[in-house]
Write a protein that binds this ligand. Structure first.
Ligand code: PA5
Length: 436
């Protein structure tokens, strides 16, 4: 992986990189905020110990199934979804279909999912660290009931894998009672840093993704980032640059891709940075754009709108396939000047043209280069962003491992739903709603 930073940062960069190094030392010596949630730092090394068990379980579990529904939200959903959607065939229907649920409260989504499963042999992987999150709990209740009705209680329990806390929470209790196969989410790993734990690895193994290569990519990235103490360390450089840009008044970081395989990855990235840094009225707002698609929508704003954002572009070296633009005798569409070129050549020229257009209009660009989109590179990219995010959060002065802000909506929702214990609060909120 390589990183290219905006030239405008040059004179301040070295000082900021030194600060990033100090924060890295604080992180690995466990002296910073949230230091009881640093288990993710070693997941790429530790996961080697449980890869075989996961692969074995995945093989047994998926035998005879048409569909597996992965139930979870936030950190218990986005990592696996990002990698699966990045690597699955774009059009060919896979032998084993992987669907995601428990990540919304959309009644129509759940209704149509249940209908779709009518004539299918399906299994469920339910993931919740707390074991009590409302969205996955509702989806799991509905899907479990359907599975038990269609396959019988005993067979259903063999078609469910639960990934949760080792002893706490409603999901752990149920899994123990029903003898589900379970995997543990380590106590010291928060949701958004958990993709390299069973949270991500189990569903990905079931989907046929090479989890060994994923962990290898992460583990080799970890080695490089831990050993390289120079100013060239890509995590130090990225954390330093985004903090400098924030100090210079940029408030939005737009993660840009030019490859459809990275669209869902941006959702994982947004959660990682948004939940880690957006607190104490501080932090860059993480947003994303898919180019060249969004050059025909957001492109106008980026070029000429409010100067509030900078771009972090993920540039992919090679495509998986070759597809050449054909010559045409009539040349009615005027494209013969690029006949014989790969589509990716045009994509790269669009990228370079956009870089020049946006940077000259006051939109700084950070460019992250990876060789290709595969398991190995996803592993590396995940660890790179996780480490950079932790360092960057420390540079900002926040605890990158908690998420107190997400409780506010939950409290109000429970009160409005009439959850026992929230009655008085519910009365007050209804009154506020009536008066607003
Ligand atoms: O990153 C986080 O901690 C959150 O996004 C959680 O992963 C999310 O709220 C789901 O929580 P749980 O796994 O407890 O159901």
């Amino acid at each position: 992986m390589k990183i290219k930073l905006p030239e405008i940062l040059n004179d301040k960069l070295s000082k900021s990189i030194n600060e990033a190094k100090l924060q890295f030392d604080k992180l690995v010596s466990k002296e910073g905020k949230g230091n009881d949630f640093l288990g993710w730092l070693d997941l790429p090394v530790e996961c080697k110990g449980y890869l075989e068990e996961i692969k074995e379980t995945a093989k047994e579990f998926s035998a005879g199934l048409d569909v597996v529904v992965v139930v979870g939200i936030g950190g218990s959903n986005l990592g696996a979804k990002a990698i699966y959607e990045g690597l699955k065939p774009k059009f060919e229907k896979p032998q084993l279909e992987i669907l995601f649920a428990g990540n919304n409260l959309d009644e129509d989504y759940h209704y149509e999912l249940v209908e779709y499963l009518n004539d299918k042999q399906f299994g469920i992987i339910v993931i919740s660290k707390s074991g009590t999150t409302t969205e996955p709990a509702i989806a799991f209740r509905i899907l479990r009931e359907k599975l038990e009705k269609s396959a019988g209680k005993e067979k259903a329990s063999q078609r469910i894998i639960a990934i949760t806390d080792k002893e706490k929470g409603a999901l752990r209790k149920l899994a123990n009672e029903e003898s589900y196969k379970t995997f543990v989410i380590p106590d010291d790993v928060g949701g958004r840093y958990s993709v390299l734990s069973p949270v991500g690895l189990v569903p990905l193994a079931v989907a046929g993704i090479d989890i060994e290569q994923l962990c290898k990519g992460a583990s080799e990235m970890r080695k490089v980032l831990f050993e390289d103490k120079s100013d060239e360390n890509v995590a130090f450089r990225y954390a330093a640059a985004r903090n400098l840009l924030y100090e210079q008044g940029y408030k939005v970081e737009l993660l840009v891709n030019y490859n459809t395989s990275l669209i869902t990855f941006a959702e994982w990235w947004k959660q990682l940075f948004g939940e880690s840094e957006g607190k104490e009225a501080k932090g860059l707002f993480p947003a994303s754009a898919n180019f060249t698609t969004d050059l025909h929508s957001l492109g106008q704003f980026i070029q000429e709108g409010s100067r509030i954002l900078f771009e972090t572009v993920i540039s992919v070296g090679q495509t998986k396939h070759d597809l050449i633009i054909p010559a045409d005798d009539d040349n009615t569409d005027g494209l013969n000047y690029i006949a014989g070129k790969k589509i990716d050549f045009v994509n790269k020229m669009a990228m370079q043209g956009t870089y020049l257009a946006h940077t000259s209009a006051g939109v700084p660009n950070i460019i992250i280069e990876i060789d290709k989109v595969d398991e190995y590179n996803f592993g590396g990219l995940i660890y790179f962003f996780e480490l950079s995010c932790a360092i960057s959060g420390y540079m900002l002065g926040v605890n990158p491992f908690d998420q107190p802000g997400v409780e506010a909506y939950k409290r109000n929702m429970f009160a409005l739903l009439g959850k026992p214990g929230y009655e008085e609060e519910g009365e007050k909120l209804r009154e506020r709603l009536n008066n607003s």
